[in-house]
Design a protein around this ligand. Structure first.
Ligand SMILES: [Mg+2]
Length: 339
């Protein structure tokens, strides 16, 4: 057809063909075609080499007035944070829909055919390849962290990924790193985990190091009579691959309790961090949880703890300390801190 243009857009190390555009279309139409191809919303697209009179064109500018000819390659910047906020984090290669429901506090969910799941875990242990980013440190406990809504609000829109980061993330990780090796496990693809961690400054932080990342391929599906088939994060995959980690020294944070269905004793359900703009002023969850991690780090085993009462554990501890200080006379012999 006359006036038809075949253009390309280069974005995120990939090249996309933009078919069906006419010279008489405007920039808005162009951006809509790019959106369909890349998932980056029009208002977030920066078309670097597209110019009208040497400047960025407005949306009503016609393609025929631009410096764009047949076969032209448009360079687009969709900064990482834009990509993450816009593409909504669930990659195309995810095998199944992730449901948003969760199991109730303290709810016992019977798992049938346990042997089948143990077999699946064994398969992950032998087949799933873990890329070690930083070596495990002898004597350290293990902290396994979810990303979405645990460390990062992945649905809200923001100018920068930084705005979506849960407050005190780096302080939390720095503090935890003193006693724990840190592993990130997210129900998404490795590419997205790596990009998010880069974006948040976690992968390059000078004060702590992440031991490794796990993605959705390390998860298994489990059938429960009540909820049907669900995806879970069995810690047995880590324990099988790295036997120095065990139920005694591992704790996992996730905003969805069913993710630790296979090992409820080691899971702590963190309050979800959503609507970052509203909650970033008041959310102190990570500061408090850093204190909890520190408080339990010296225990020989974490296996007997009831993580769902972590706040009570901290407040009881405070009370005990206060009491010791207040009743200095009675405890002076043991504490040696009499006035
Ligand atoms: Mg989550």
């Amino acid at each position: 057809m006359e006036g038809q243009l075949n253009l390309f857009v280069k974005w995120n190390n990939a090249e996309y063909v933009l078919e069906g555009l006419l010279e008489t279309d405007n920039v808005e139409a162009l951006k809509n075609v790019i959106f369909k191809k890349t998932g980056v919303r029009p208002e977030r697209q920066k078309l670097l080499n597209v110019k009208f009179n040497g400047k960025m064109p407005t949306d009503d500018c016609l393609i025929s007035n631009l410096n764009v000819k047949e076969g032209f390659k448009i360079m687009m910047m969709g900064s990482l944070e834009t990509a993450i906020a816009d593409a909504n984090t669930i990659p195309d290669d995810l095998p199944s829909v992730i449901n948003d429901f969760d199991i109730e506090e303290g709810e016992e969910v019977p798992i049938e055919n346990k042997d089948v799941y143990l077999a699946k875990i064994h398969k992950r242990v032998s087949d799933y390849e873990v890329k070690i980013l930083n070596p495990a440190r002898p004597g350290m406990k293990l902290l396994v962290l979810d990303i979405d809504y645990t460390l990062f609000d992945h649905k809200s829109v923001a100018e920068s990924g930084y705005e979506l980061m849960r407050p005190f993330l780096h302080e939390f990780l720095t503090s935890a790193y003193r006693n724990y090796d840190i592993v990130i496990w997210s129900a998404t693809s490795m590419k997205w985990i790596e990009e998010k961690m880069k974006l948040l400054g976690v992968s390059s932080h000078p004060d702590y190091k992440i031991t490794f990342y796990l993605d959705y391929l390390a998860m298994i599906s489990v059938h429960t009579p009540k909820y049907g088939v669900i995806q879970v994060k069995p810690l047995g995959v880590i324990w099988g691959k790295f036997p120095h980690y065990s139920p005694d020294n591992t704790i996992m944070f996730d905003d969805i309790r069913r993710n630790f269905l296979m090992n409820p004793q080691n899971g702590l359900r963190i309050r979800a961090f959503r609507q970052a703009h509203t909650h970033r002023q008041t959310d102190r969850e990570l500061i408090k949880l850093a204190k909890y991690l520190e408080a339990i780090a010296g225990l020989d085993s974490l296996a007997h703890l009831e993580h769902r009462h972590w706040e009570r554990y901290l407040s009881n501890r405070r009370k005990e300390k206060k009491k010791r200080r207040g009743d200095g006379g009675e405890t002076s012999s043991s504490q040696g801190n009499s006035p």
